[in-house]
Structures are given as structure tokens and as C-alpha cells.
Design a protein around this ligand. Structure first.
Ligand SMILES: *Cc1c(COP(=O)(O)O)cnc(C)c1O
Length: 347
């Protein structure tokens, strides 16, 4: 039987105009380079399938995902050659998928280079590790004959601390320049979101912003250029009157000083609204601020409706989720704040 499943009582408010404006700002800040987009982890939790068409319409033609399965999810909405897979071809099945789909592998090691070449290879990208010591070809392997045999479109590297002022940024830039001299390639790419603000020496031909597209502010000087893109929105399941002296939620961590009106909303830590928001999160409705009372639980959170007496069961409220402030309040990174948002949100 095909049931008409009701819409969930929580949704991710998504502002495509803000996303478009953020990409355009980052493309402009990238100077002579073009801006691509990191859309891994389901577009940082926003939903890659709703993010990619907006970015494409804005003029973005280079999309980076981590896993092959993430490329597969985009093949019907993006040109396969515009999708690059950062983890690269780890298995023969990955190579077969790359060849069949047309998605572009990022080669990260001599093993991956040889696996790609043995299968016939073709156009690929090459990630060089200039100091992260995480994933990428060691500088010492740049002269290997299998590297010389690759047909490299983008030669890329990734910055360790682009959001900080550290001499290591220039060290990595210089190593990336050295790699550019050592390996034939079409385009070069170094900067993530924060790296774009480091200036033209870090831009090459292509930048790879992620977090800043989605409203994260990795460096304070970028704040004026970036807009909030995503706002968690949630319905009120129940309105209650709590008497003075009563407590709210698990472990009774909040006690009402006076009689108050509360709302129970359909959002909890299972949705990525983690327990660190307990007693400090805030929701917004009609310009009023509605603080979180007591503990966040798995599927529900209780908020103070005192300032918004008109709110009823079924009405919607919006989480105060501006990323820099939310990060300062919780200690979660702006990246975590987006990527924890769970599957129960309608996107
Ligand atoms: C995630 C990622 C990016 C984007 O980084 P942001 O800090 O989100 O801008 C760029 N390049 C690589 C290789 C990445 O893994």
C-alpha cells in the first residue's frame, strides 16, 4: 500500500539566494581563479542535490565529494566530469566506477596512480600532500614515472591552518609551487574557504570553498561577504503551563521561578541538536527570542514561550543557528554544526 507519509515536523530552511551570493562572493574574492565547491558530506548536511543545481546556475563547474557513492548521487544532475572524488580510487571497483560514470578521481598515492594507469586511466586530478600528512602524494614521490604518466587536470593540495596567521601557510604554498613545477597539469588549486582570504598567491586557477558557501565564516574579515544559508525549523508539539517551582526535562536541570508557558518542539540530539545546547540554545518566532529550558533530549526540546503568548501547537519556530555565534556558544565547529543535522529534517 502506498501511504501518504506526513511531512516531518522539522525542516531545514534553505536560502538559495544566500548560497548563490556566497559562491559569487567567493568567486570574486578568488581573483583570477574560478571558485569550485566542496559538496562532500551531502553538501555539508544541506543536501547535495539541492545545493549543486544552485551553484551550477551561479556558474560553478567543479564539485568535490569525498566518496564514490557521493558522486553517484549527483550523476543525474551534474556533468560527470565536473564531479571530483577526493578519496580517489582505493579499489578496482572504484576505478571501474570512475571509468563507467565519468566522475574524476583525485589520485592520492603512487598505488592509486598505478591502479588508475593499469586500467587505462585518463584525465584525473592529483593531490599532493604539502604538510597535512593525511591524504595525498608525498612530495618525495613527485618524480616517480607513474606520476609523469598521469593526465593531470587539477594539481591540488590542502592547507593545514588557512584560518590562522601562521608561517606554515607560506611553507605549504611554496611546496605547492614546487609541485606545480614538477608535474605537468592543466590547473592548480590550493585554497579552501579560508585560504581564499590569504590572497592571490594561494589562488592558482581554482579555489575549493566549502564551509563559507554554507554561511560559515572561517576568517573574521570574510564575515561581511557571507550570508546565513541554513536555518533549522521545527514545529511545536505541545504547549504547557508550568507552575513556579516545577522543573523541566531530564534530571530537572531547569526550575521555573514563576509560572510560565513552555513549548515542546520536535527536535533533539538525534537530529543533531546536540546536548551542548541544553540551557543555552535559542529559538526565534516573530522577532521574539525563545530560550531552551533544561536538557535537550533525543527527539524533543522544551523552549520558553513567555515572550510569544500567541504561539500554539503546530506553529513553527526557527533555531538561532548563525554559525559563528552558534560555534562560540557550543564549542562545536561551524563544520560540525552543519554536518550533524540529521536525516529527519525535510530538505
Ligand atoms: C573539505 C575540503 C575543502 C573545503 O574546505 P572548507 O574549509 O570547507 O572550505 C577543500 N578541499 C579539500 C581537499 C577538502 O577536503
Amino acid at each position: 500500500m502506498l501511504l501518504d507519509v506526513p511531512r516531518p515536523a522539522l525542516r531545514l530552511g534553505f536560502d538559495p539566494d544566500a548560497l548563490r551570493a556566497n559562491w559569487q562572493a567567493l568567486d570574486r574574492l578568488s581573483g583570477d581563479a574560478r571558485a569550485g565547491a566542496a559538496v562532500k558530506a551531502d553538501g555539508y548536511g544541506l543536501g547535495a542535490r539541492q545545493v549543486v543545481p544552485v551553484l551550477h546556475a551561479a556558474g560553478c563547474h567543479d564539485f568535490f565529494v569525498a566518496h564514490w557513492s557521493e558522486a553517484d548521487a549527483l550523476l543525474d544532475i551534474a556533468a560527470p566530469g565536473s564531479i571530483s572524488v577526493l578519496h580517489g580510487p582505493l579499489t578496482d571497483a572504484d576505478v571501474a566506477f570512475a571509468l563507467a560514470s565519468g566522475a574524476t578521481p583525485v589520485i592520492n598515492s603512487l598505488e592509486q596512480a598505478r591502479r588508475w594507469l593499469a586500467a587505462g586511466g585518463g584525465r584525473c586530478h592529483l593531490m599532493v600532500d604539502t604538510g597535512m600528512n593525511r591524504l595525498g602524494l608525498p612530495m618525495a614521490d613527485l618524480g616517480d614515472e607513474s606520476v609523469a604518466a598521469l593526465d593531470v587536470d587539477v594539481l591540488l593540495s590542502h592547507l593545514v591552518s588557512a584560518e590562522e596567521e601562521t608561517p606554515f601557510n607560506a611553507v605549504q604554498r611554496d611546496r605547492w609551487e614546487e609541485a606545480r613545477r614538477a608535474v605537468l597539469h592543466q590547473r592548480a588549486s590550493l585554497a579552501n574557504s579560508a585560504g581564499i582570504a590569504l590572497g592571490s598567491g594561494y589562488h592558482g586557477d581554482l579555489t575549493r570553498p566549502g564551509i563559507a558557501l554554507y554561511g560559515g565564516v572561517p576568517r573574521a574579515e570574510m564575515a561581511g561577504d557571507l550570508r546565513q544559508v541554513v536555518r533549522p525549523q521545527v514545529a511545536i508539539l505541545q504547549v504547557r503551563n508550568v507552575a513556579a517551582g516545577e522543573t523541566v526535562g531530564y534530571n530537572a536541570t531547569f526550575t521555573a521561578k514563576t509560572a510560565m508557558r513552555t513549548g515542546t518542539i520536535a527536535l533533539g540530539y538525534a537530529d543533531g541538536y546536540l546536548r551542548c545546547w541544553s540551557g543555552k540554545g535559542r529559538f526565534l518566532a516573530g522577532g521574539q527570542v525563545l530560550p531552551v529550558l533544561g536538557r535537550v533530549s533525543m527527539d524533543m526540546t522544551v523552549i520558553d514561550l513567555s515572550s510569544a503568548p500567541g504561539l500554539r501547537e503546530g506553529d513553527w519556530v526557527t533555531a538561532d543557528y548563525a554559525l559563528p555565534e552558534a560555534s562560540a556558544a557550543t564549542g562545536l565547529t561551524q563544520y560540525e554544526l552543519l554536518t550533524v543535522l540529521g536525516q529527519r529534517f525535510a530538505r
